[in-house]
Design a protein around this ligand. Structure first.
Ligand SMILES: [Cu+2]
Length: 286
């Protein structure tokens, strides 16, 4: 029995070595720490050896997230991860940002060993990166779970220009991997109306077991947008719900498989025409 438990722990620790999310945001040149779920909640198990940790209850703009990837497209965790989709359990902040300014998010993985959780370089590089926003009811996002057809896409990143097929390189790797990776920078739409918004970053990893389907890494942050006069919000045709926006049969998702990176190039990867899941990017019109 002891051996079984040890084997389980070792397997789990090894498997866990390549998952993560957003650890920091740079919004209008202010750095905001993220709110990874494992840091405080594994405390009793892992001790206090988490150099990258933030103490429990520290106010954050970010909804709590768990390092493990999401696979289930109909799970409420698709909104803002586990357990950021529910009422935030930590005091919540909003980062002020003017419409037209940028948000840069930096990713890391959480490396687990038997005594510590360590922050390490982002690992994945096959698949798109998509960023959504949702307008929160009232002047704060606190306690709101992002339910309904409220999400609009503000950016999406696919293959690096010049890539010859779906083996890449993908922008995901360029932006997120390596010690000097720049992170992913997006502009808050200049036309956006003043108000509180959730910003939802989504990394899709297409390099996964075919039977499991694509992996999703979702993180949400709260911002308060100072919009210009005559600010707008996107119309219905740009708005989707999470969960609900994606199906596993979507062309850009059903191609997930380890073969995207290894062995003979399958026909389905022999193209540069990648079809992003979700709605069109809102351009500030309509
Ligand atoms: Cu991973």
């Amino acid at each position: 029995m002891k051996l079984l438990i040890l084997t389980f722990l070792l397997t789990w620790a090894l498997n866990a070595a390549a998952h993560g999310g957003i650890y920091t945001y740079n919004i209008s040149s202010v750095i905001y720490q993220g709110n990874p779920w494992h840091i405080h909640d594994y405390g009793p198990f892992y001790g206090s050896g988490n150099a990258s940790g933030i103490p429990a209850g520290t106010p954050s703009i970010q909804r709590r997230w768990y390092f493990w990837p999401l696979y289930n497209l109909s799970s409420p965790n698709m909104t803002c991860n586990f357990d950021g989709s529910f009422s935030p359990t930590t005091p919540s902040l909003h980062a002020p940002v003017r419409a037209g300014e940028t948000i840069t998010a930096s990713y890391n993985v959480a490396n687990f060993n038997l005594t510590a959780v360590e922050r390490d370089q982002w690992y994945h590089q096959y698949g798109p990166l998509l960023i959504y926003m949702a307008r929160c009811p009232g002047l704060s996002c606190a306690g709101w779970n992002g339910e309904g057809e409220v999400w609009f896409k503000i950016a999406e990143f696919g293959l690096v220009p010049g890539a010859k097929n779906l083996r890449g390189p993908w922008m995901q790797g360029v932006l997120l991997m390596g010690t000097s990776s720049p992170g992913v920078e997006v502009r808050v739409p200049g036309a956006l109306k003043t108000g509180a918004y959730l910003v939802r970053h989504e990394v899709v990893n297409l390099q996964s077991n075919r039977a499991d389907g694509a992996q999703f890494y979702v993180s949400c942050a709260q911002v308060f947008v100072e919009g210009g006069e005559g600010g707008k919000v996107p119309g219905e045709r740009f708005s989707v719900a999470f969960p609900g926006a994606y199906k596993s049969s979507d062309p850009g998702l059903r191609i997930a498989g380890n073969e995207i990176s290894d062995g003979e190039l399958l026909e389905e990867y022999n193209t540069t025409d990648y079809q992003f899941p979700g709605p069109l990017v809102w351009d500030g019109e309509g």
